[in-house]
Design a protein around this ligand. Structure first.
Ligand code: MTE
Ligand code: MO
Length: 356
């Protein structure tokens, strides 16, 4: 077993903070990603919280601040379970760094995304118990892990707008794939915000604060934004995920035998949408063939796809692209979506196969 209970063949981008993604051959195997295969994205050292001493504070713009134990959460609210895909805003950043360097950011491949069954309570139910005030426009999530990469170094805190926080799919989860949350994934309790960048799904949750404004912490106010422009000097705060698609096997640069080659990957539609179609091209995007697409398990959950290509000897570039249920497609070029922090890569994935 590797670090933090992960499989030995994880691609480890950093040991401290621990950042790792599964290889495509492991990620494509199951619709629900086993815990030992689930990607891990951390900004600081993993805190070890004692579940018995742990408390969740709910405060800010609420009528009745709460102090909850894990047992109190479990017994005081209806538990619910859901299949959720989490995707890091940096997923597939490597495709952007191939265009132009993105200094200081992890060059994630297509594995900064995984899917699990999460069990917990609805955030909306907890906020209702606390009596959310009408002027509470944002809900902030606070955790004790201190990130040295933040400026200045500070505990992890982000927020989501009120409407998103109150939707019934947003969970405070203590269980992942039928087992207590592993330490590296946020034990004893984490937020799960389906369809939004992974950064909003706060791990090691200790405090939920209702506010009039978004969190002013570094991760909300400065990081996870597309760069400012003249017309939007504050930049665009990343939240909902756009449509994405990736090739998982074979890997870029693999040598494969001539003849039928099985190609697999996934697509993920944004909030409230599903993937309608995935296509593959081996001639630079002139002709496309349709890939077999897995049934959706619900909006915002990944869908795996596969196809078999009959490839001639030589170096072949395989391109893929997806459409979602609203008819939206993906941009062709990584240069078109390049940005200084390398967030939300949505260009057509491309792998080079050396057919021999
Ligand atoms: N929560 C805390 N407390 N600290 C973190 O560093 N990283 C975020 C989010 N929640 C983070 C966090 C980011 S950027 C992502 S993509 C997801 O957790 C990753 O969740 P995972 O490690 O369970 O895959
Ligand atoms: Mo992330």
């Amino acid at each position: 077993m590797g670090l933090w209970g992960k499989r030995d063949d994880m691609v480890v981008h950093g040991r401290e903070p621990f950042n790792a993604e599964p290889p495509g051959t492991a990620l494509d195997r199951t619709a629900v990603t086993p815990a030992d295969t689930f990607y891990a994205r951390n900004h600081g050292p993993v805190p070890r919280l004692d579940p018995a001493g742990w408390r969740l504070t709910v405060d800010g713009l609420v009528a009745r601040p709460l102090l909850l134990t894990l047992a109190g959460l479990r017994s005081g609210f209806d538990a619910t379970e859901a299949t959720v895909t989490l995707q890091c805003a940096g997923n597939r950043r490597a495709d952007l760094t191939a265009v132009r360097a993105v200094p200081g950011e992890t060059p994630w491949g297509p594995g900064a995304l995984s899917t699990a069954r999460f069990r917990g309570v609805r955030l909306a139910d907890v906020l209702a118990r606390a009596g959310l005030a009408p002027d509470a426009a944002h809900i902030a999530f606070h955790a004790p892990d201190v990130s040295p990469s933040a400026d200045p170094p500070q505990p992890y805190e982000v927020s989501v707008p009120r409407d998103r926080a109150l939707a019934p799919d947003v969970l405070l989860a203590w269980e992942m794939n039928g087992a207590p949350l592993p330490a590296v994934h946020g034990a004893p309790l984490r937020v799960v915000v389906p369809g939004w960048i992974g950064a909003r799904s706060v791990k090691w949750l200790t405090r939920v604060t209702a506010r009039a404004t978004p969190s002013d912490g570094w991760f909300q106010a400065t990081a996870y934004r597309l760069p400012p422009t003249a017309s939007a000097p504050e930049g665009v705060t990343l939240g909902p995920l756009p449509l994405n698609c990736a090739v998982l096997t074979p890997r870029d640069g693999d040598v494969v035998p001539r003849g039928p080659v099985r190609v697999t990957g996934y697509a993920l539609a944004g909030e409230g949408r599903t993937v309608a179609r995935v296509e593959v091209s081996v001639d630079g995007g002139r002709a496309w063939s349709r890939a077999a697409l897995e049934e959706t398990a619900g909006p915002g959950v990944w869908q795996r796809w596969r196809t078999t290509l009959d490839l001639p000897a030589g170096d072949v570039h395989v391109l893929a692209r997806a459409w979602d249920s609203s008819g939206a497609g993906m941009p062709r070029s990584p240069a078109a979506v390049w940005n200084p922090k390398g967030y939300v890569t949505t260009s057509w994935p491309r792998v080079l196969l050396r057919v021999r």
